[in-house]
Design a protein around this ligand. Structure first.
Ligand code: NAD
Length: 313
């Protein structure tokens, strides 16, 4: 028996606001909806008036356990979706890196991406399952193999890092985190404060350790995922100037062989509208980027070769 909160999350939600115009009707699907992230994420999406239909899918409770109203399972849950979020997969335990999740999560994400490419190729796909640096390239390969790849519609959700950065900086300044709009560079409190940089980089580890084997960040990730989905919907519904940091197919470091990168991205009705430059960085940040590029290149290659060697059914 599912707890009350998840029974509520697993109801078939279909809300049509009388005042909404046709283009404001949005279907959102969550794959992995019964999980630690999936449940609060689904509840937050349910509260969002932009979301007029919410499809929740999970295998927990037995293979093919899905939301009432989706009798043919995954395909019909994603069909017609404007946004699909994928938090399905196993979370870290203390001592594990995100890359340690690869063996389990790579095939889960590959199979879900396959269903999305076949039944909802036009949807914006928002990947939460870790390691995001590899799961996003996995999705790209799956879509490419079906001739359905649109780099403007594939996003790795990295919103949590800036949510954390805003919180940590606001704590030192005594401000409201919502007023601290932080990205990698050009933020004096962040650029010059090695302690905060380290805390943002290892904030996930702090949570994994505190939960002591019971999972990773769930409520904050749900909030970050709901914010990213809301931004994609706002832009899809015509709002201008919507900018979020996200991990996308990016030109920024392609000349160094790195095909995906996280930076500020302007969103539009077709997904990615414009990839914004990193901006000025100081010498210490330059070093961090260099170190990141070397690792990132390996993470991306690992995802790509996984799909090539294991295309699945
Ligand atoms: N992007 C980020 O910043 C970030 C932050 C925190 C966690 N995560 C990642 O999010 C993922 C989920 O974390 P969680 O704490 O919710 O884990 P969880 O174990 O609580 O939930 C995962 C859910 O996915 C479901 N699932 C597994 N395989 C599935 C499939 N094939 N189809 C549908 N559902 C499936 C499970 O049944 C479960 O309900 C993990 O990979 C974690 O590392 C990402």
């Amino acid at each position: 028996m599912l707890p009350a909160v998840s029974r509520m999350a697993f109801g078939a939600f279909q809300r049509r606001a009388f005042s909404a115009s046709a283009r404001d009707l949005s279907k959102v699907a969550v794959l992995g909806a019964a999980g630690g992230i999936g449940q609060p994420l689904s509840l937050l999406l349910k509260l969002n008036p932009r979301v007029t239909e919410l499809a929740l899918y999970d295998i927990r409770g037995g293979p093919g356990h899905w939301l009432r109203g989706y009798p043919s399972g995954l395909a019909s849950a994603v069909k017609g979706a404007d946004v699909i979020l994928i938090p399905a997969g196993v979370p870290r335990k203390p001592g594990m890196t995100r890359d340690d999740l690869f063996n389990t999560n790579a095939s889960i994400v590959r199979d879900l991406a396959k269903a999305c490419a076949e039944s909802a190729p036009e949807a914006n796909l928002l990947i939460i399952a870790n390691p995001v640096n590899s799961t996003v390239p996995i999705c790209a390969e799956v879509y490419k193999a079906r001739g359905a790849y649109n780099p403007k519609r594939l996003f790795g959700v990295t919103t949590l890092d800036v949510v954390r950065a805003s919180r940590f900086v606001s704590e030192t300044k005594g401000t409201d985190p919502k007023d601290e709009n932080i990205t990698v560079s050009k933020h004096p409190e962040l650029s010059s404060n090695a302690e905060i940089i380290n805390r943002v980089q290892f904030g996930g580890d702090e949570v994994v350790k505190a939960k002591d084997g019971a999972g990773s960040a769930t409520l904050s990730m749900a909030m970050a995922g709901a914010r990213m989905a809301e931004s994609v919907l706002r832009a899809a519904q015509g709002e201008k100037g919507v900018v979020e940091p996200t991990f996308v197919d990016s030109p920024l470091y392609k000349d160094q062989g790195v095909d995906f990168f996280a930076s500020k991205v302007e969103l539009g009705p077709n997904g990615v509208e414009k990839i914004l430059p990193i901006g000025e960085v100081n010498a210490a940040e330059e070093k961090l980027i260099e170190a990141c590029l070397a690792d990132l290149k390996k993470n991306i290659a690992k995802g790509v070769s996984f799909v090539q060697a294991n295309p699945g059914k």
